[in-house]
Design a protein around this ligand. Structure first.
Ligand code: GLN
Length: 482
């Protein structure tokens, strides 16, 4: 029933074939039936959802509707939203109902979009499998024994399970692209600064970007149109002319050069991932695209650089959760010092604590030069690699992850193994580039496999068009789990 793309839902609303309230009710019924097993949504509020839907219908009735008025959407629990519990899937914020709304969410609400609920994620967006959530793991809708990916695994799972036409995620080192790949949907991380970070709980501020997750590239373009804006409350928000991210959809691919980095096609990848890549290469060539060899020599070093820098930023950002102003406070303590330490010991999960400790260590006086400063230099080299590679091509194609979704429990005990699985996504965030992932087939055991496209700064419209052309000539993105 609820298998609409965002575009289809918008068209039905415009044609008055369905009302926003009817649409919201269809989704709420499907969520009630399927979410308990999936655990993709962690907070639902029927009254708030229906109130937003009624307001959308009133707006449609007066002829004031925007492109997305009345279309339902789900928000990752990382976005603050007035009136909704905004917990970032942490015990630390389990009692936090936000008094303000993130700019990207507000932009969608201003369009008249309707909040279906808040989606599960790794605690404070730290993780690659959605297993570090205080609210328990999300299941992969294609096979509940597997993870949906992370950290935006709840958003990916609800879109794949057709419990929302679209969702917002956030991507610090791959958290939109990797779960999209593992769940068979499309997602894009914009150029750093294109969407506002105001009201999005900070993990690593110089990496974090919000982005759309949906069935199709076209839907992602429509959402990005509504999300992107200059925001004076985010000092890294870019002041640029408004873009229409759908403008290049339907541009022919003839003559476009796609770079294939040799570091992305090696023995790290499973056979399923190699097959998916080859299928997309064939499709692109049929449409006149040309494949060129490129190289990204710092690929392996991007993992230590990323985990040093993001942990450093996380240790600073998460110092605000001290039990004083908001969030969890320990019930038992002797003095102030013990209040801080009991609060943080109880409120944070072990992955978050690991990052805070790594971050504090690499920023400490004796190790700053050896780790933090070194990692900053590597960050520059990684960004330079992309600029060199992009001189020889328009876009880069590679995997989103080395394998299809792993089994629940298989990676969580081994943090280094988990960090290594981010090899294809994190360099993009070190460089601040836009990148997306799109469905490209299925593994031998029926799990979705995605591929990743990476572009130069502000090439979102071009990326979305290449993905759109693949989707016009394939049906992987239309497949849904049973
Ligand atoms: N897996 C990466 C990490 O744990 C990426 C997370 C993200 O993009 N939020 O840091």
């Amino acid at each position: 029933m609820t298998s609409y793309t965002l575009k289809q839902a918008a068209d039905l609303l415009h044609a008055k074939k369905i009302s926003a309230v009817e649409l919201a009710n269809e989704y709420l019924a499907a969520i009630e039936a399927k979410n308990p097993a999936l655990n993709g949504y962690i907070t639902l509020n029927k009254e708030l959802t229906l109130a937003e839907a009624q307001a959308a219908d009133a707006r449609i009735a007066t002829g004031n509707a925007g492109a997305l008025t009345g279309v339902p959407v789900a928000f990752k629990d990382i976005f603050c939203q007035t009136g909704w519990k905004s917990a970032c899937s942490s015990k630390m914020l389990d009692n936090f109902v936000s008094p303000y709304t993130a700019t990207v969410v507000q932009n969608l609400l201003n369009e008249g979009m309707v909040t279906l609920g808040r989606t599960n994620m790794d605690e404070f967006a730290m993780g690659s499998t959605n297993e570090t959530s205080f609210y328990g793991a999300t299941k992969n809708p294609w096979n509940p024994e597997h993870v949906p990916g992370g950290s935006s695994g709840g958003s990916a799972a609800v879109v794949a399970a057709r419990l929302a036409p679209a969702a917002l995620g956030s991507d610090t080192g791959g958290s939109i692209r990797q779960p999209a790949s593992h769940c068979g949907i499309t997602g894009i991380k914009p150029t750093y600064g294109v969407v506002s970070r105001f009201g999005m709980v900070a993990y690593a501020s110089s990496f974090d970007q919000a982005g759309p997750m949906a069935q199709t590239a076209e839907d992602c373009a429509l959402l990005l149109n509504a999300m992107a804006s200059f925001d004076e409350r985010d000092s890294t928000s870019l002041e640029r002319a408004k873009e229409d991210y759908t403008r290049d959809l339907n541009q022919p691919l003839k003559g476009i050069k796609i770079g294939l980095p040799k570091e992305y096609f090696g023995s790290h990848n499973s056979a399923d991932v190699q097959t998916a890549l080859q299928q997309v290469i064939v499709l692109l060539k049929q449409q006149g695209a040309e494949m060129v060899d490129v190289t990204l020599p710092q690929t392996e070093l991007s993992i230590p650089a990323y985990y040093v820098l993001t942990s450093a930023e996380a240790s600073t950002n998460l110092s605000r959760y001290d039990g004083v102003r908001y969030g969890h406070r320990a019930a038992q303590f002797g003095d102030l010092e013990e209040m801080y330490s009991n609060t943080r010991a109880e409120g944070f999960g072990s992955e978050v604590k690991r990052r805070i400790m790594i971050g504090t260590y690499v920023l400490s006086h004796g190790y700053y030069d050896a780790y933090y400063l070194k990692a900053q230099k590597l960050r520059r080299l990684v960004a330079n690699d992309f600029q060199t590679a992009l001189q020889g091509c328009d876009l880069i194609l590679g995997p989103a992850a080395p394998t299809a979704a792993p089994k629940l429990g298989s990676n969580i005990q081994d943090p280094v193994q988990m960090y290594l699985s981010d090899i294809y996504t994190i360099a993009v965030n070190l460089a601040g580039l836009p990148a997306m992932s799109l469905p490209a087939g299925f593994s031998s055991d029926g799990l979705p496999v995605g591929v990743q496209l990476i572009g130069n700064y502000f090439s979102e419209a071009k990326l979305l068009n290449v993905a759109h052309q693949v989707q016009q000539n394939s049906d992987w993105h239309l497949k849904a789990p049973e």
